[in-house]
Design a protein around this ligand. Structure first.
Ligand code: PGA
Ligand code: ZN
Length: 426
């Protein structure tokens, strides 16, 4: 049985220049893996707690030295000698050590860095690539692992963009008929055309935190027009080769029970906002619609899904926060038809897999997602394939920390093609 020999954490920076935690784990005295954790900018209210130092003399209070010390001084001594392939036991031990519901004691960032490192170590000790190990362990897809369809965040607004858009993310989603490398090419080519269209219109084409452009526009819907204009300048057909999606992140502009966006002077009630989405969907055929309503507007979510869920994947991110209780409620109340799964919203690999399993059983679409604050760790790419996600959301196809994931998927796709050739020959 493989054994954890040592665990050591340190503070590093994420893609926003904000500290995060990286943990190195040695298994059987010789094999070392490292894993670092991402961090959100528009963090949901029900996510587990990311422990930050709050020391104003370092990184404006954002340092993670306490979380680092929690790994090195509290978690590590308890895990030395344990078997990293027993992911649930490893994770449960940390959950118990922490002793809170929201992991605020040791910090979900501390816990997840170890959980992910243990997962990588387990794959290494079986001599398997991480995605293959996860696929074999959890068996969430039949037969061979499947590649997810990438969904590209090409325009950044809300808390993610320096421009003036209320909606956080405007996505292009290549057809699920394409293989991954074709889909990546479509995403990249349209992304570059969007830049040209913005230049042509004299609009700002700087980028937001996830590498998507962050223009100033008159209305949120104008961003969709812009994307369509860019698609028309390629040989791809909208509605056939490529589709549109939104992550509205509506909790960020919900004030006094209403939704206030620049498209209309008066704020929208939930009912009016659902009508707005219906009209938007008629015009643009929204393929995915994430966080269209506030994270506590449960009734609104069920109503919206009743109206749009037949044709659009309605995705719960801040609503569900990869949390078993909230996902169960979402399934019971038919709040959505898909979940955005982010391991750092819940703080351990095994809990994230548990929620994904539950949502898969309910027939939901699984979208495995990065965070706005990322590192070059590509854990999430293997995780997406390993748990059989339908979609992978890793930001724009630009910026090192985003393309690290998209490039890892390219590698995995090549490996899967090679494996299937060998199987046919055998
Ligand atoms: P976040 O954004 O990482 O800033 O939370 C991603 C999302 O809302 O999907
Ligand atoms: Zn989101």
């Amino acid at each position: 049985m493989p054994q954890i020999t040592s665990i050591h954490a340190k503070e590093i920076l994420d893609s926003r220049g904000i500290p995060t935690i990286e943990t190195a784990l040695v298994v059987d005295g010789t094999k070392t893996v490292t894993s670092s954790v991402p961090s959100g900018t528009s963090t949901g209210k029900y996510e587990v707690v990311e422990l930050r130092d709050g020391d104003p003399t370092r990184y404006e209070g954002q340092g993670v030295l306490k979380a680092v010390a929690n790994v090195n001084d509290i978690i590590a001594p308890k895990l030395i000698g344990k078997d990293p392939t027993h992911q649930t036991d490893v994770d449960q031990l940390m959950v118990d050590l922490d002793g809170t519901q929201n992991k605020s004691n040791l910090g979900a960032n501390a816990i997840l860095s170890v959980s992910q490192a243990a997962c990588k170590a387990a794959a290494v000790s079986y001599n398997l690539p991480l995605y293959a190990y996860l696929h074999a362990k959890y068996q969430l897809t039949k037969d061979a692992p499947l590649m997810p369809t990438p969904t590209f965040n090409v325009i950044n607004g809300g808390k993610h963009g320096a421009g003036n858009l209320d909606f956080q993310e405007f996505h292009i989603i290549p057809s699920t008929r394409m293989n991954y490398s074709q889909a990546l090419q479509v995403g990249v080519e349209i992304y570059h055309k969007i830049e040209k269209v913005l230049v042509k219109h004299g609009a700002i084409h700087s980028v937001g935190v996830e590498g998507g452009f962050a223009p100033n526009l008159y209305k949120n819907a104008d961003a969709l027009e812009l994307i369509l204009e860019a698609v028309r300048e390629t040989h791809y057909k909208y509605g056939e080769d490529v589709f549109l999606g939104l992550d509205v992140a509506a909790s960020n502009f919900y004030k006094n029970g209403k939704y206030q966006i620049k498209d209309r002077k008066d704020p929208f009630s939930t009912k009016e906002f659902i009508e707005y989405y219906k009209a938007l969907n008629e015009q643009y055929r929204l393929y995915t619609l994430e966080d269209p309503l506030h994270e506590d507007d449960w009734k609104g979510w069920s109503d919206l899904t009743q109206e749009l869920g037949g044709t659009t994947v309605v995705i719960g991110d801040d609503l569900l926060t990869t949390n078993k209780e909230r996902a169960t409620r979402g399934i019971n109340e038919k709040s959505c038809t898909g979940i955005l799964a982010k391991p750092n919203q819940i703080g351990t690999v095994s809990q994230a897999v548990e929620v994904i399993t539950l949502c898969k059983q309910a027939g939901w679409q699984i979208i495995v997602s990065h965070r706005s604050g990322e590192t070059n760790d590509d854990f999430i790419a293997d995780f997406a394939v390993g748990v059989g996600a339908h979609y992978a959301k890793f930001g724009a196809p630009a910026r090192g920390e985003r393309v690290a994931k998209y490039n890892r998927l390219l590698e995995i796709e090549l490996e899967l093609i090679e494996n299937s050739k060998q199987q046919k020959q055998a």
